[in-house]
Ligand binder design. Structure first.
Ligand code: PAF
Length: 286
């Protein structure tokens, strides 16, 4: 049972009618795929009402990024949500205008610290401040008990967990596993920018991460192991794709691993033509 809401004022009124019902939030930028469906499914299973937000957030795009061409497919999204929610209450908040989220005079940006600096933070200045600002705003408007995020955006997830802790926001953050296509590519709305040849090249991202993880385990988590560092160096030198990073970090601090590290994230970002893709694999201490 999908109910479309197009303005913040309407959403606030509707939210107030939910009283004590358990609410799960799935924030998205639309163009929904099986990855999003898995988040909605999880929320629908665990909550009385699910709110899915669809908003392409201008604050998280850089000046030369794909804000204008980002796919906007509301009709298809509603169909998918109708199927996935399977008769359970699902409010879809797709604000008609940017002003609905950022009214005239809006002048606040969340300024993040260390977690926003490595990985994507190095290549997308201001991106995570924009993400945190919109997520905070969506939390305030929808007042969910829990919110669902995909593990593909590993750094985003770490930042949101930290923000919720630091600002004492009463929302449980739930991380859902990466969903991959048959060929191993992590699902992303940006995959549709790839033509057949690009897609072949893009597969270097998951395959390199998988091989790095294998070597990393074989060398007993020693990030200075020669075989591992040579493999990473050679991968980054591949001129067919433009790697932005391929890093092994402590999964909770996003800093270089230390003796105390219990979990590592092997994270990569590459550009294939104009399309930027990210992916990661985590490795636990046994
Ligand atoms: O992961 C996304 O789709 C976006 O970054 C989010 C969390 C919806 C904020 O715009």
């Amino acid at each position: 049972m999908v109910e479309l809401i197009r303005s913040t004022s309407e959403l606030k009124v509707r939210r107030a009618t939910l009283n004590t019902q358990k609410v799960g939030l799935v924030p998205t930028m639309g163009n929904l795929h099986r990855g999003h469906a898995s988040l909605v499914q999880a929320s629908v299973n665990r909550n009385e009402v699910t709110i899915v937000t669809i908003f392409v957030n201008p604050k998280q795009f850089g000046p030369n990024e794909d804000f204008h061409r980002y796919p906007r497919t509301l009709e298809d999204d509603l169909e998918l949500l109708d199927r996935v929610s399977n008769g359970r209450p699902c409010l879809v908040y797709a604000p008609e205008t940017t002003q609905d989220i950022y009214p005239d005079g809006f002048d606040t940006t969340i300024s993040l610290g260390e977690l926003s600096r490595p990985l994507c933070g190095k290549f997308r200045p201001g991106h995570f401040d924009g993400v945190a600002t919109v997520v905070y705003r969506l939390f305030s408007i929808t007042r969910p008990h829990s919110a669902y995020f995909g593990a593909k955006d590993f750094q985003q997830l770490a930042i949101i967990r930290r923000m919720v802790l630091d600002l004492d926001i009463p929302v449980e953050i739930i991380s859902m596993p990466i969903i991959r296509d048959h060929d191993g590519l992590a699902l992303s709305s940006r995959n549709q920018y790839l033509d057949k040849d690009d897609r072949q090249l893009a597969l270097k991202l998951p395959s390199t991460l998988t091989l790095s993880a294998q070597l990393f385990k074989e060398c007993h988590h020693n990030t200075t192991d020669r075989k591992l560092t040579n493999f990473i160096k050679e991968s980054l030198a591949d001129s067919q794709v433009e790697w932005q990073y391929l890093d092994i970090l402590d999964a909770s601090t996003l800093r270089p691993p230390s003796a105390a590290t219990q979990e590592w994230v092997i994270a990569g970002a590459m550009k294939v033509g104009k399309t930027r893709l990210i992916d990661n694999i985590t490795v636990q201490k046994k």
